[in-house]
Design a protein. Sequence first.
Length: 341
Amino acid sequence: MGPPIVWWGYGWRSPYYWETRAWSRVVVTLAIAVVIILIVAVVATRFENNSVSASYFSPGDTRVIGPSSTFCESTTLNNPTSTVSATVYLLQNKPVLSAKNNFTVTNQFFTILNTEYQYWSFYLYPGSTYTLSSCLVSGSVNYYIIKGKSNFDSWVNSPDSSYYSYQLYSNLCGGINKTDGQTFNSEDEYYFVFYNEFYTPVNVAVTLTFNRIEYAPLPGSVMDSCTAPPSSSCTMAIPYNSDYWFLVETTPPSDGQWDANINVGTSCNARVWVYVVIVLAPLIGVVVIVASTIAVCCCIKKMSGYQSLPTTTIQQSPPSPPKQNDQPPSYAASSAPPPYQ
């Protein structure tokens, strides 16, 4: 008897096959739903935070900013300082580095106690230059030029010689102790630091002179602008989905304090309908996915309730032995032919 032939098993017609595939689809659809919900959460958070950004300016500084013309219907410029005005420009073309801003920062005989430091910081563009004149009454002080806020923060936490420029010594201010000049080749925030690592206080007189390159709008490229006077703000509309450029500019200080830090802030006033479309479309997709998942689960449950068809076995009869034929009579036993006569 041969092996039974099974006509209903785990092939593509099997309910187990479709149940496994259905559960795989459930897992995939739920994963997609989770991703969509995360995207919606990120977009909603951006809408709630209103894309507020702040930058530290110095008087006479310029900075290119980038509010989204898709998500922002306008931008608000906040100017908390009482000594300068700030203006934001909507430009048809990218501004160019051309304007020169010359100013001098002078401090007469400030005191640096042991293990303390004094610094000035300015945002400089390529091509900007500076010169330093310094005078020490007594002792010595280390002088550093540090590029970038993260590097400056690292130096504050652990002063070391990796940013060391040189050491200034006293000459009783009988003349200029040290004159230094430098041209800057990359855009960044630069810190000019005087650090007293010794045990005695140091009296220092410093004069920093800058020839600073700044952004300037090209003639005829200004599409719109708004100016925030001291301690006020202004709002400028932004065309939808445009390729315009945005430039913030601060005026020279009215009190001559070029080294003042100005916390000028810009905020994106949301284009509400864009956020509504972006949020509602994924949510509708999540609803469809969840509804489809519920339907699939019900289908799986229904399929699991079906009874499997009985196994059909065809019994085969054993093979019959070969049929035995009668042997022909032997030649000897047969009658001989008649003799030849």
